[in-house]
Ligand binder design. Sequence first.
Ligand code: F6P
Length: 481
Amino acid sequence: MAGDYDLVVVANRLPVDRVTEADGTTAWRRSPGGLVTALEPVMQREDGAWVGWAGSPGDPPEPFDAEGVRCVPIGLSETEVEEYYEGFSNGTLWPLYHDVIVAPDYHRRWWESYVRVNRRFAERAAEQAAERATVWVQDYQLQLVPQMLRELRPDLHIGFFNHIPFPPFEIFAQLPWRAAIIDGLLGADLVGFQRAADAANFTRACRRAKGLPARSGRIRLDAEGGREVRAASFPISIDFRALSDLAQTEGVKARAAEIRRDLGDPQFVLLGIDRLDYTKGIPHRLKAFEELLADEKVQASEAALVQVATPSRERVEQYVQLRQDVEVIVGRINGTHSTIAHRAVHYLHHSYDKEEMAALFLAADVMLVTALRDGMNLVAKEYVAARHDERGVLVLSEFTGAADEFGQALLVNPHDIDGLKETVVRALRMSPREAGRRMRALRRRVQEHDVQRWATTFLQALEEHAGTRGIESVDRAEDPA
Ligand code: F6P
């Protein structure tokens, strides 16, 4: 039976967090993520609903309205949180899709839970969507939803966007359920990725795992009367205007100055802000900084590194291990290089609100983004948006989606510690003139390609493709050996 909503977003998490007010009552408040910001105007205009998990185990609350969006919570049991979320999503798919930086675990029980939970999301979305509505499924936790949804509701226009990388077939092929994942995604009319390389990896996986005729981002399904699925890149972004404006408020500017004072007014402030995740290359950047201090290429008294590591997925084994590793390295650097008057590394295992983040960005001379693999890396874009003063230098890993757009950043291979050290020194010594020129170009890029444009472009491409569902001729491409 069709529901009322013309646009339904399906994501692992709802766009709101449960917060406890001063008087002890609880309320829902919009989560800080960019996806919500991007979709809010279109959700309000199109009469939208959002299907997602409320973030803790147990029975789901009843559907409710928050900030103009209909929220439809999905319940996950304790076991499903362990098997679907921490297990298959973050112990199998996450490392597999990030170049097997750590070894993925393959457990049939986790997979069964993933299938069960994906079906629940699909059923709830099918109930909410109006006749011929658009349903936009988000990310790797829900790759089976497009096909399940199409079986339930063939009238829908279905889009899918993968926020993380899609791996080369040689890595993807490890997955025992690779054909089922491809089938799941091919339930969509349009499958979106961050980078052109991700879309190409997916198209190739369709050929190799399923023998499907697929070329130039078009995959033809002869078993479905020649229905054609489109795969393409749509690099995600941030709300440039909101962050740029926030960073120009007197409060944020004053806080940035205060942060520098509290750090002891060093000549250079370096900054890392990441979820505490092994994909982010935090140990690599700490090692480079440690060696620069040891070699005296940077004097301990002239520089401070602030590393914000936001707690994340804290019950997953590899994250527990990473936290221990990072804290040992930070302890060693500070033990060797700090003095009573000056600390070398300020390690903060917290999350901060957007005002404090904007102030940190403004206070930092050099931003270090050294991810070993990252779908996009929005922190890089946030740094740029906050630097309305056109100062600051971005050191950016080549292995981020952002590197495809940010030719004016200082690009690095984070595995190359010597190269990383040289680049950090170059960033610290860069003339204000060159830094300004680079920052202006980076800001222009994000300003012109903000998150609102991302959402609109994806939804327009989906409507163009699903609206016609044309069957063009597609060659059966031979895959090179
Ligand atoms: O795209 C990766 C992602 O799922 C983001 O959507 C999210 O902000 C981040 O990872 C953290 O994920 P989690 O929901 O596991 O805390």
